[in-house]
Ligand binder design. Structure first.
Ligand SMILES: *[C@@H]1O[C@H](CO)[C@@H](O)[C@H](O)[C@H]1NC(C)=O
Ligand SMILES: *[C@@H]1O[C@H](CO)[C@@H](O)[C@H](O)[C@H]1NC(C)=O
Ligand SMILES: *[C@@H]1O[C@H](CO)[C@@H](O)[C@H](O)[C@H]1NC(C)=O
Length: 431
C-alpha cells in the first residue's frame, strides 16, 4: 500500500508541540496504552493565514516513542523566540463581550498544547491593564498578549512602553530617545475594530494571531509618541484629526446606542455639518530613500543630526488629517488607511484632506474600499514624515485686535488615537 504513497515532509521549524499519544478511558488521568506520538505543526495558508495541523505516528514501543519524544522536544526547546510564559490581558467588555469566550475557547487550548504557562488578567475597568503594567513584575514573562480590540491593544502597548521608560530610568516626558519595550506584544483580535491586530498579522484571524505568538514570530512595529509642550500625552500607532476624530467624539456622546448604529449615526451627522478645521501643520520630511529598512535606519540616524531646520509648514482649512505610523488595514480599507507607510520603516504617513465640497469628500472616503488610489484628488496631499506638529488656530487667536476679549478659556479639539478619544486644546507633537 505504502509504495504508491506520495512522500511528505515537515520541517521542525514549523512544529510547535510534541505529545505522546495514549488510549485512555474517560476520566483516566495517567497511564493508558501507548499508541505513538503526535506532532503538531503550523501551516501557512493563502491570504496570510496560519492553521494548525497534527501528524500522528503510530508506534507501540515505549522505548521508541520516548526516544523520539525526547529528541524532538529537545529540538523544540532550542528555538530561541518561542515563549514559555505569557502575561495575558483579556478585555471582557470588548465587542459583544466575546473576548473572554474567544480566549478560553480558541486561544488558551493552543497555548496549553504548546506548554506555555499563562498568567491571565480579565480586566475590570478601562486603564486596568495600564495600571498593572506599570507595576507588575515582567521579568518572568517572555511576552504580553492582549485579547480585545484596538482600544485594549493600544492601552497595553502604551503601558508596555511607559514601563520600558520607567525601567530604563528615563523621564517619560523626555521622549527624544525612547527605550524599546522589553518584551514583545501579541495581539488577538477580539474587539469591534481590530485594525492593529489586522495590520500586525496581515489578516484579522484569531487562530493566525495565536500561532504567530506560539511560534515566536517577531515583527518590529513603529509607534508614535504624542506630546504637548514637551509633556507626553501617550504612545499610539495611528491618529486622526478633523472628520475622523469628530465622528468618534460624537459617537462617544451616544454610548447608549448599539456600537455599529452609533458609528453610522456619527458619520452621517458629522457629514451633514461638515466643517474644516483651521490649523497649521509643520512636519519634518522623512529621509526614507530605499527598500532596505536596516540600512535606512542607520542612514536616518546619521542624517538626523544635520537635518535640523528642514521643517516644512502648511496651513489652511483641513477636513481630515491622518497621521499613521503603520498602514492600518481593515475590512473597509483592504490596502490600508495609510498604504504609503509600512509596519517598521521608521516613518509616519501624513495625509491631509483640504477643504472641499461634501460630495467630493464622500467620493474620497468611498475610495478607501476600492483598489483605486484614494488619494488621487486635487484636495489631498500625502507626505512621508518623521515628526508632525498640529497647531489648531481658533477664530479668536486671529482676532487679536480685540484686546477686551477675555477668551482665556481655550476650546479643545478631539483627537482619535487608535480609536480612543483624546481632547486637547493646544499644539500636539507627534514623533
Ligand atoms: C478621514 O476619516 C475617515 C473616517 O473617519 C478615516 O477612515 C480616514 O482614514 C480619515 N483620513 C483621511 C486622510 O481621509
Ligand atoms: C469649504 O468648502 C466649502 C465648499 O466648497 C465652502 O462652502 C466653505 O465655505 C469652505 N470653508 C472654508 C472655511 O473655507
Ligand atoms: C489670520 O491672520 C492672518 C495674518 O495675520 C491672515 O493672513 C489670515 O487670513 C487670517 N485668517 C483668518 C481666518 O481670518
Amino acid at each position: 500500500m505504502g509504495l504508491q504513497q506520495k512522500e511528505e515532509y515537515v520541517e521542525m521549524k514549523d512544529v510547535f508541540s510534541i505529545k505522546l499519544k495514549r488510549r485512555r478511558f474517560v476520566g483516566q488521568q495517567k497511564g493508558g496504552l501507548l499508541l505513538g506520538i503526535a506532532i503538531f505543526v503550523c501551516l501557512r495558508k493563502e491570504g496570510n493565514k496560519l492553521k494548525d495541523s497534527v501528524i500522528n505516528i503510530n508506534n507501540l514501543s515505549e522505548d521508541h516513542c520516548n526516544l523520539w519524544f525526547r529528541c524532538l522536544k529537545e529540538i523544540l526547546n532550542g528555538f530561541p523566540n518561542r515563549p514559555k510564559s505569557l502575561k495575558v490581558f483579556v478585555n471582557p467588555s470588548s465587542h459583544r463581550k466575546e473576548a473572554t469566550h474567544i480566549y478560553y475557547e480558541q486561544v488558551a487550548p493552543l497555548f496549553k498544547l504548546a506548554d506555555i504557562r499563562t498568567d491571565v488578567t480579565v480586566t475590570e475597568y478601562e486603564g486596568h491593564a495600564l495600571a498593572l503594567l506599570k507595576e507588575c513584575d515582567l521579568t518572568s514573562f517572555h511576552g504580553v498578549v492582549c485579547v480585545g480590540g484596538d482600544g485594549t491593544a493600544s492601552e497595553v502597548a502604551h503601558g508596555l512602553l511607559l514601563r520600558a521608560q520607567m525601567d530604563a530610568g528615563r523621564n517619560c516626558d523626555d521622549i527624544l530617545e525612547p527605550a524599546r519595550a522589553q518584551i514583545p506584544l501579541g495581539l488577538i483580535p477580539a474587539g469591534s475594530t481590530n485594525i492593529l491586530a489586522h495590520t500586525l498579522n496581515g489578516v484579522q484571524h484569531v487562530l493566525t494571531a495565536t500561532l504567530h505568538i506560539i511560534m515566536g514570530h517577531l515583527q518590529s512595529v513603529d509607534v508614535c509618541s504624542f506630546s504637548s509642550s514637551s509633556k507626553l500625552l501617550r504612545f499610539g500607532f495611528s491618529s486622526m484629526f478633523g472628520f475622523g476624530s469628530r465622528t468618534l467624539a460624537l459617537a462617544e456622546k451616544h454610548r447608549w446606542m448599539p456600537s455599529n448604529q452609533r458609528k453610522d449615526f456619527a458619520v452621517i451627522k458629522t457629514l451633514a455639518s461638515l466643517k474644516p478645521e483651521h490649523c497649521e501643520l509643520s512636519f519634518l520630511p522623512s529621509v526614507r530613500l530605499q527598500e532596505d529598512v536596516e540600512e535606512n535606519r542607520q542612514k536616518q540616524e546619521s542624517l538626523k543630526h544635520d537635518s535640523s531646520g528642514q521643517w516644512q509648514r502648511i496651513q489652511g482649512h483641513f477636513l481630515n488629517v491622518s497621521i499613521m505610523a503603520i498602514p492600518c488595514l481593515c475590512s473597509m480599507a483592504p490596502r490600508g488607511l495609510a498604504p504609503n507607510t509600512r509596519l517598521d520603516d521608521g516613518s509616519i504617513a501624513l495625509i491631509v484632506v483640504r477643504n472641499t465640497s461634501r460630495p467630493e469628500f464622500v467620493k474620497h472616503l468611498k475610495r478607501y474600499s476600492s483598489v483605486k488610489n484614494q488619494f488621487n484628488f486635487p484636495f489631498i496631499e500625502t507626505y512621508i514624515v518623521e515628526e508632525v506638529k498640529v497647531h489648531p488656530r481658533t477664530q479668536k487667536e486671529n482676532a487679536t485686535n480685540n484686546l477686551n476679549s477675555i477668551d482665556s478659556e481655550q476650546r479643545s479639539y478631539p483627537w482619535n488615537i487608535d480609536g480612543d478619544l483624546l481632547e486637547w486644546a493646544s499644539e500636539v507633537h507627534v514623533r
